[in-house]
Design a protein around this ligand. Structure first.
Ligand SMILES: NC(=O)c1ccc[n+]([C@@H]2O[C@H](COP(=O)([O-])OP(=O)(O)OC[C@H]3O[C@@H](n4cnc5c(N)ncnc54)[C@H](OP(=O)(O)O)[C@@H]3O)[C@@H](O)[C@H]2O)c1
Length: 325
């Protein structure tokens, strides 16, 4: 089969489509013939040699896919050959076929095309497993998501609005902020021209928001704490602004704040299965009724994978970038 190979750690040009062996189906897995995969920011780190796949994962890039089940392993009862699905992967999506534990597979939601279904698994499982399952973001609360026009942000805004949450977001251009507003964000803050702490305080009568989903890390840590309400929860999922910072801790105590961080890829199959089950129960209905939509910025054939990575690293995109084998 064809797959994208990282010929050596480096820029987008090191990605090459090559002929490789098909993955071998194991007990409890299904084999998917891939219709589409999506690019995630983590893929660009893996390409540079900074984010190695976890033990036992495919050596190829790709954390999510949609497609048709082509074979079913032993001890799999839910899925059959021919089912149209999407799946949360530990790798291997940038290829014609992939094997995945059956518990990490979801049905394609009604009214969503097989291709567009590739937009969902990684961002949905990341957002649901963090701010909803752990930080307990709840109806009536307020929520700040940084990078609202990102793959993660466009989903987070829509699902939070579905659950009756007031959504604040940051982005780096007026075009991106207008887009965030269109998909439901209530308060849109240009982080290049405005102080997001001051704006959050102004919009919340000085209180701050209840939950923050952060992909910036060190550069925003202190300001995120300042933006939280009493009992607020900060969930960190990325370090685009660095990993080392010095912070005044008094606010943690005074406001009884919770700070957490987590990665999805390294979790156990059982834990991913639990997240996928919760996602099907709590997020799929929002997609079924059209309140949460796939946001596809651009699609590329597998042969143009280097262009797709360059686009992601330019940060010009809004929503997801898809790849088709
Ligand atoms: N922990 C996990 O399990 C997990 C899983 C998935 C994703 N993630 C992380 O989540 C983040 C988003 O992933 P993605 O795939 O959706 O990537 P993406 O679409 O490339 O999004 C990155 C976003 O960050 C924004 N950004 C950059 N600097 C910013 C700043 N100072 N303030 C606010 N926004 C800023 C960019 O927007 P502007 O152009 O407006 O700057 C861009 O929209 C990444 O950091 C990724 O590593 C973590």
């Amino acid at each position: 089969m064809k797959a994208v190979v990282i010929t050596s750690p480096g820029g987008p040009e090191v990605l090459q489509v090559q002929e490789v062996d098909e993955p071998q189906l194991q007990d409890g897995e299904v084999l998917i013939k891939i219709e589409a995969t999506a690019i995630n920011r983590a893929d660009t780190l893996q390409r540079k040699g900074l984010h190695p796949p976890p033990k036992g994962a495919s050596p190829y890039l790709g954390l999510e896919c949609s497609g048709t089940i082509e074979a079913v392993g032993t001890n799999v009862s839910r899925w059959k050959i021919g089912d149209q699905v999407c799946a949360l992967l530990s790798g291997g999506g940038y290829a014609e076929k992939v094997t995945v534990p059956a518990v990490q597979v979801l049905p394609v939601p009604p009214n969503i095309s097989l291709k567009d279904a590739a937009c969902f698994p990684e961002v949905v499982c990341t957002v649901w497993s963090t701010v909803f399952m752990i930080s307990k973001l709840s109806p009536g609360e307020s929520f700040l998501v940084h990078g609202g026009s990102s793959g993660i942000g466009t989903f987070a805004i829509q699902i939070a609005k579905y659950y009756g949450i007031k959504v604040f977001t940051t982005a780096g251009s007026e075009e991106k902020l207008a887009f965030c507003k269109d998909i439901g964000a209530d308060v849109c803050i240009n982080y290049k021209t405005e102080d997001f702490v001051a704006r959050v305080k102004e919009e919340t009568q000085g209180k701050g928001v209840d939950v923050i989903l952060d992909n910036i890390g060190a550069a925003y840590y202190q300001r995120n704490l300042e933006s939280l309400n009493v009992g607020g929860r900060l969930f960190i999922i990325g370090f685009m602004g660095g990993t080392v910072t010095e912070t005044n801790l008094t606010m943690l105590l005074a406001k009884r704040l919770t700070v957490q961080a987590a990665g999805l890829r390294g979790r156990s199959i059982e834990n991913k299965g639990e997240i996928v089950r919760e996602v099907e129960k709590n997020v799929w209905p929002a997609i079924d009724c059209g309140k949460v939509k796939p946001v596809v910025y651009k699609s590329f054939p597998l042969s143009e994978v280097s262009e797709a990575h360059s686009l992601m690293e330019s940060s010009k995109h809004m929503g997801k970038i898809l790849l088709f084998p």
